[in-house]
Design a binder for this molecule. Structure first.
Ligand SMILES: Cc1ncc(C[n+]2csc(CCOP(=O)(O)OP(=O)(O)O)c2C)c(N)n1
Length: 383
């Protein structure tokens, strides 16, 4: 079988092909939905997903601009890949846990974290729940059961599987979703996590966002496997490959996998096939390693526009309502950025918090020394 290479935008699903080698698609190009057995799309899901996708698209564009203006130090956008985090966020139950990679922080917004609080993490200021200690775009919040990505590719998956194992041992009604990129599947942690999940049947869903790049490295240099999903077979983990630009396909696959996990049937591995339309991060220039034609072919499969066609076809959206939604989102995002950016830098005293219950003598000394210095500038901003 041919190894994966940069895949052209999918135009059809491959009926009759095994789940880990085919491609589950629900949303047709004309906006209608395929008749798939057991498909669960709750009423209102499509519009809710659209609102979140659109919000995320705008937030990412605004934050990339702020990075260019020197107002934030770094940003990792997920433009073109929004369907996976948003659909997953909508499929989760409140008690579930999420262990993201770089491009899934937005699940926190879907689960109710205020946007201004979320953005304070990017500014790394006093409004940041993490007290400015993490790189931007590495959000986390206990209130929505989401851990922070550690930046070291793959480390989040053993954490996800371990958390799921703990839930199983405690008989908690908790499922865990862990994310990884296509590049991350070459890390030992991916294999450790898949193996452990398979053997101990931990209640988790491992999602690989195959955006076809690990910075500039393409899938054919990453693996000789026919798909990423097929890797789950070796670990005895049921696996499925879905159209990652189709919010309904991702929602359906994650929802079914979460239900399996809750029934005690163990892990599922999901590859979501998508494409990173934007740069790897604010530190990358993708024009050095790919053509605009290739990008344009995927822009034509934009998950946001595909979902829009569905909403228009079903009468849930028209141009006027869409413009109104865009205006509301732009206003709310503008206000959230203003509110977030207005916070001062974290108090320097906070440097000494959260590690020791009681500060050891040498840190007490360092703290006193620091506090004796003139105050640092209190203005937030760059890193
Ligand atoms: C262990 C480790 N090696 C290398 C890096 C540098 N690095 C940061 S992101 C990245 C590519 C990740 O690609 P992928 O897993 O496909 O996720 P994507 O960024 O495409 O979402 C690399 C190599 C790192 N952060 N950690």
């Amino acid at each position: 079988m041919k190894a994966v290479s940069v895949v052209l935008p999918p135009t059809d699903d491959l009926e009759g092909v095994e789940p880990d080698l085919g491609l589950l698609t629900v949303l047709r190009d004309d906006g209608s939905l395929r008749d798939i057995e057991g498909l669960v799309i709750p009423p209102g899901l499509a519009f809710e997903a659209y609102r979140h996708l659109k919000q995320l698209r705008i937030v990412d564009a605004r934050m990339m601009l702020l990075q260019r203006q020197g107002r934030v130090g770094f940003y990792g956008a997920c433009t073109g890949q929004e369907a996976t985090p948003i659909a997953t966020g909508l499929a989760l139950a409140p008690q579930d846990w999420v262990f993201p990679a770089l491009r899934e922080s937005s699940i926190m917004l879907v689960r109710g974290l205020p946007l201004a609080t979320y953005l304070c993490q990017v500014f790394g200021n006093a409004g940041d729940l993490l007290k400015g200690r993490q790189m931007p775009s590495h959000m986390s919040a206990r209130a929505v059961n989401q851990a922070s990505w550690g930046s070291c590719i793959g480390t989040q998956l053993p954490q996800a599987v371990g958390t799921a194992w703990a839930a199983k041992l405690r008989d908690d009604d908790v499922a865990v979703v862990g994310f990884i990129g296509d590049g991350g599947t070459s890390e030992p942690d991916f294999h450790n996590a898949m193996n452990f999940a398979g053997v101990y049947k931990t209640p988790c869903v491992i999602v690989c966002q195959n955006n076809q790049f690990a910075i500039s490295v393409r899938p054919e240099r990453q693996t000789a496997s026919a798909t990423y999903a097929v890797k789950g077979r070796a670990y005895g983990v049921p696996s499925v490959r879905v159209d990652g630009n189709d919010v309904f396909a991702v929602y359906h696959a994650v929802r079914v996998a979460l239900e399996r996990a809750r029934r005690g049937e163990g892990p599922t591995f999901i590859e979501t096939l998508t494409y990173r339309i934007g740069a790897h991060s604010s530190s990358d220039d993708p024009s050095l390693y790919r053509s605009q034609d290739e990008v344009d072919a995927w822009v034509a499969r934009d998950p946001l526009q595909r979902l829009r066609r569905h909403l228009v076809a079903t009468g849930a959206l028209d141009d006027a309502r869409d413009a109104e939604l865009e205006g509301t989102l732009n206003d709310a995002i503008g206000r959230a950025i203003q509110e977030a950016e207005a916070h001062p830098l974290p108090d320097r005293d906070t440097l000494f918090e959260d590690v020791y219950a009681e500060l050891p003598w040498h840190l007490r000394e360092q703290r006193e020394e620091l506090l004796a210095l003139p105050p640092a500038p209190t203005h937030g901003g760059g890193h």
